[in-house]
Design a protein around this ligand. Structure first.
Ligand SMILES: *[C@@H]1O[C@H](CO)[C@@H](O)[C@H](O)[C@H]1NC(C)=O
Length: 111
């Protein structure tokens, strides 16, 4: 009985740790300087995730929350990770500089 219980706990921890490594979080806001509404989005390694619904072409601040764990993300102009790509991992204001990606991101992919 003791062994079975230990095995179950071990298996649960293993699942948690695999999940933590295989899924990344990113944080995005509809207004510059992390002004809300804001949301966390999740994606697996190499998985392309659309910003769908009201989040499409609406994001003004974006960051990769998993940089410290070795994740690198790409932000895309169109759905399905197509079009122009942007690689700044932490941008509080997409409207500054050339503003090319402000209110224009439609998907992301992290690896
Ligand atoms: C992403 O959006 C495109 C265009 O609307 C759609 O064809 C595709 O199925 C979507 N991908 C996912 C994973 O929902």
């Amino acid at each position: 009985m003791f062994n079975l219980k230990s095995l179950t706990v071990f298996a649960a921890l293993a699942v948690l740790s695999v999940t933590a490594q295989d899924r990344n979080a990113i944080y995005a806001c509809k207004n510059p300087w992390w002004d809300g509404p804001c949301r966390t989005f999740y994606g697996g390694r190499n998985e392309c995730v659309n910003f769908s619904g009201s989040w499409n072409d609406a994001i003004s601040s974006i960051r990769n929350s998993g940089g410290g764990n070795g994740w690198h993300c790409q932000w895309w102009e169109h759905a399905n990770c197509k079009g122009l790509v942007y690689q700044n991992q932490d941008d509080a204001n997409l409207h500054d500089g050339n503003g090319r990606f402000a209110d224009r991101l439609s998907s992301f992919r992290c690896r």
